[in-house]
Unconditional design. Structure first.
Length: 310
């Protein structure tokens, strides 16, 4: 009788243990399914342009040196540094040293048909870069009085690596970005025949298309177009993932509402915000992860929070 009770007890224990062990794996499996919250986007077809930015500095290529035509004194000055002048406009009035010595005799003696005054005029239209003397100074014959830059000679000088030489032919249109974010168009008009030994760059001359008077030695950025496509398959840069060596690229694509898989892609033009996808060709309805995609395995369970505007 005692053995019969013991057998019943063991049978009930085994049945309870079997029920418990069957429920635990199911619970653990349910807890193991973790869905990563993500946001998605779709591909679009847009024009895309690949550019390269090069540092440039402004310069006046033609500068006229103002010189004294004789020994004498500067009696009057008509301009100040930075003034814009036209060709032929008066800049200085000089009085010869002989006229300064003779004084009033120059005007009282009718035989002297010369007052000793000489006017120095602007040889060309431009901007006064510097003045080397002031009124009352004595100057020698041929001494420099100032410097005028010709407005028509204002250019930007840009150093271009030799590997970009095919993109910088004469007549190529570029954009010039100034430090205040002003963008003006320009054209490559010439290039120097020598290269920098250290940097292996060649200097090109870019003529800006603007009426604004800009200072010399102004630092700017010349934006050069490398290639342009009128319509191509484009994704946001956040949607494209890569490895540490930047030689493999992929995206995470939804195959249903809860599962995303890794899809290798071949990229083309890469800009600051967008990436051209050369292959494969995605359908307009394909959903690509744009957020929460970093670090996911090849197949991942996800939860779509919202959808980015197309």
């Amino acid at each position: 009788m005692r053995y019969t009770h013991l057998s019943c007890f063991l049978l009930i224990y085994l049945l309870l243990a079997g029920c418990t062990s069957a429920d635990e794996p199911a619970a653990e499996e349910a807890e193991a399914v973790v869905k990563t919250p993500v946001m998605v986007t779709t591909v679009s077809r847009e024009p895309l342009k690949e550019t390269v930015e090069l540092n440039a500095v402004s310069s006046y290529q033609k500068k006229d040196v103002l010189k004294a035509a004789t020994d004498g004194y500067i009696i009057k000055m008509f301009v100040k540094p930075g003034a814009r002048v036209k060709a032929g406009s008066p800049l200085f009035t000089l009085k010869t040293k002989e006229a300064q010595v003779l004084g009033d005799l120059m005007t009282k003696d009718p035989a002297l048909n010369f007052n000793g005054m000489i006017t120095v005029r602007a040889p060309s239209s431009g901007v006064v870069l510097e003045l080397n003397h002031q009124a009352g100074d004595y100057v020698n014959d041929g001494e420099q009085l100032g410097l005028i830059s010709e407005l028509s000679s204002f250019v930007f000088l840009v150093n271009v690596p030799f590997e970009l030489n095919r993109y910088t032919t004469i007549g190529t249109a570029v954009s010039i970005l100034l430090p205040d974010s002003t963008k003006i168009p320009g054209t490559i008009t010439s290039k120097l025949a020598s290269m920098s030994t250290a940097s292996q760059t060649q200097q090109f001359v870019v003529t800006p298309e603007t009426d604004a008077i800009l200072p010399e030695n102004l630092q700017a950025v010349v934006v050069l177009n490398k290639q342009e496509k009128p319509s191509t398959q484009v994704l946001s840069k956040e949607a494209v993932l890569t490895n540490e060596t930047l030689d493999k690229y992929w995206v995470m694509k939804l195959i249903n509402d809860t599962t995303a898989v890794k899809v290798p892609v071949k990229t083309g033009i890469i800009t600051e915000r967008q990436v051209e996808i050369l292959s494969p060709t995605f359908a307009p309805t394909d959903r690509i992860l744009i957020s929460g995609n970093y670090g996911l395995p090849d197949t991942a369970f996800v939860k779509v929070q919202n959808r980015q505007p197309e």
